[in-house]
Design a protein around this ligand. Sequence first.
Ligand code: URA
Length: 240
Amino acid sequence: MKLDRLLAHHRSMGRNAAKRAIAAGRVSLNGQRSLDGHAQTDRFCTVCLDEEIVQQGQRALYLMMHKPVGLLSATKDAKHPTVLDAITDPDKESLHLAGRLDRSTSGLLLLTNDGRWSKQLMAADFKVPKVYRVELDRDPAADAVEAFARGFHFHTENITTLPARLELLAPRLARVTLHEGRYHQIKRMFHRVGCRVTALHRQQVGQLCLPQDLHPGQWRPMTPDETALALLGSEAPIGN
Ligand code: URA
């Protein structure tokens, strides 16, 4: 919402009166005097008229978690412990998940109460890489790397997966880079090339890597640099 509109709404004044108050330098936005009635605000902004608080900004939360195997990627569940149960922040009830992992998957999981940021992350899904380490019960078929790059048709959803990068690191050990997040996607892809995933771990979202010192079950706030890194795409899209 624009600043003049927010002021008019909260102070039950006309829009013109709000514009005049702003032009007179009586309004501050996040502690700085603002003369721009068109400045964009959201629920995280603190707005004052003279010395009086018109809107107290909410605390924006951006958390990263090393999700352990066994926790459900949900905020509430009647049967299973969820990732939110592991978080102790006093404002945790305002959080939602920016992407999910299966209960049996571990690794980097992001939570926020900023819908604009998570929407950006989802909107950029096709270019934001997600990197997984995968343990397998056997080696995949010889043409697996090409098959991942070509994409698989999933009949249930009637979609073809985007080109994915498969790197075979060692016997029964692989790294996969996806640019989307379909239901059980990696498990289903490996099933198509003749093997079963025995362990799955997300190492990276965008250009943000799971920090080595964040142990399974631990979480911490992200720095502003880290929230930007999570949104960054890779240099070269797969298939080029
Ligand atoms: N693919 C899967 O199969 N599971 C995940 O948790 C993530 C990607």
